[in-house]
Write a protein that binds this ligand. Structure first.
Ligand code: GDP
Ligand code: MG
Length: 404
């Protein structure tokens, strides 16, 4: 780690906001020391309460975050905000935004607002945002609020790091329940019907209620539906009460630890995935055996299956210390696969979270395929992997099948 970087990390510990901002920029720009940064700060994370706010553009997410922040500041809590919403920056039209901006201008060190640029993040928006949340958490803010537009997989993925996720809706036809994506419904811990000063709020509340009645899996926590208007903050106290109630629910029976543990597990798999892909990319990028093999596949000299197998062997051999360690790596990959399957089991038991589930499916298949190619033959890892994923395959196809 360079001296400059150590200085920044010290600054972070001492509560220097400029250090925090510069570290987030380094993460966004995929700095070579990024992994080291995240490794160093990890032990300081886990203290902040993380709130996710998602919903359609214009639903009033930024305004709501403003209101929540003002509420929390009045209590003396500090708040870091990560906004992934390029269409509606905090400097935009939100009325009450002025309140926070004024505080900021008065050097309110208790609030930090960061917009994540969709351009800047080389490492993928979801990952970069999650990493920024870690930095803000490590900095020591009591709360981290993440705002994303609920449009794509990346935005949904970000919401998994939140302890409590608010889905913001509005009165009116344009935001009718039918138009809301299933994935968003699944991640909601609390529904906020914002702009309840406009007509039709009760109808939306009723529609959400009906939808919740139809859904299974809310036996333990049925997401409350709270009417709010950020114009005069009516309903804000109810919302904050609901957030507290959800926190109480999480704290009971170790759910919070379990959720965060499952996040760390998912994160580990993502890092393995990403580093593994990086290793493969590096091999394919530079002239050498791997890039020659892929060229042979391109020109039809080798079939893609053989070529893939050879490339994987090549990458493993280069990354390790010869053949002995290849066998060890088989064990390592097998362990990761087992951990993915275990996670998958847990997720399936809980129901819901279909996006995460299919992510884990993909992960398991990818690892099993790698093992089959690298360690073929009876009794080897390939066979073990095939057996390990078999129940998942059967169960998965059952979900998709007709009437089993
Ligand atoms: N009538 C009404 N308008 C609101 C309310 N909250 C936000 N708005 C307006 O809705 C627009 C979008 O708000 P914004 O917070 O930027 O939405 P975002 O895109 O979801 O972040 C702005 O013009 C706000 O002034 C509300 O409670 N009632
Ligand atoms: Mg916004």
């Amino acid at each position: 780690m360079t001296d400059g970087m150590n200085e920044l990390l010290e600054g972070l510990q001492k509560g220097n906001i400029r250090s925090l901002a510069r570290l987030i920029s380094k993460i966004e720009n995929d700095d070579p020391q990024k992994d080291e940064i995240l490794k160093t700060i990890y032990k300081s994370t886990g203290k902040a309460r993380i709130i996710g706010v998602t919903g359609s553009p214009g639903a009033g997410k930024s305004s709501l975050v403003d209101s929540i922040t003002a509420y929390l500041r009045k209590k003396g809590d500090t708040v870091g905000i990560i906004a992934v919403d390029p269409t509606s920056p905090f400097s935009g039209g939100a009325l009450l935004g002025d309140r926070i901006r004024m505080q900021q201008h008065a050097v309110d060190r208790g609030v930090y607002i960061r917009s994540m640029g969709t351009r800047g993040s080389l490492g993928g928006l979801a990952r970069t945002t999650k990493e920024a949340v870690k930095l803000v958490d490590a900095f020591g803010y009591d709360w981290v609020i993440i705002e994303t537009v609920g449009v794509g997989q990346a935005e949904l993925d970000v919401m998994h790091v939140a302890d409590t996720t608010l889905v913001v809706m509005n009165p009116g036809a344009g935001d009718s329940i039918q138009t809301i994506k299933a994935g968003i419904m699944e991640i909601a811990d609390i529904f906020v019907v914002n702009k309840c000063d406009l007509p039709g709020a009760d109808r939306v509340v009723a529609e959400i209620g009906q939808m919740l009645d139809l859904q299974k899996g809310h036996t333990e926590w049925r997401p409350p539906v709270v009417k709010v208007s950020t114009l005069d903050d009516r309903g804000l106290n109810d919302l904050m009460d609901s957030i507290e109630a959800h926190w109480g629910y999480l704290k009971a029976d170790g759910r919070l630890e379990k959720n965060r543990g499952s996040m760390a597990r998912k994160e580990t798999l993502e890092i393995v995935d990403y580093r593994w892909r990086g290793m493969v990319d590096r091999h394919l990028h530079y002239a050498g055996q791997a890039s020659e093999i892929i060229n042979m596949a391109a020109s039809g000299i080798k079939d893609p299956y053989t070529a893939a197998g050879e490339i994987l062997s090549q990458v493993l051999a280069d990354s390790g210390q010869g053949e002995d360690s290849t066998a060890e790596k088989g064990g390592d990959i097998m362990a990761i696969l087992e951990s993915a399957l275990q996670e998958l089991n847990g997720v399936e038991e809980k129901g819901g979270m279909s996006e995460y589930r299919s992510y884990l499916h993909g992960q398991a298949y990818g690892l099993a395929t790698a093992l089959k190619v690298l360690f073929p033959g009876p009794g080897n890892y390939g066979e073990k992997a095939a057996m390990a994923v078999r129940p998942v395959i059967t169960e998965h196809s059952c979900h998709c099948g007709d009437d089993h």
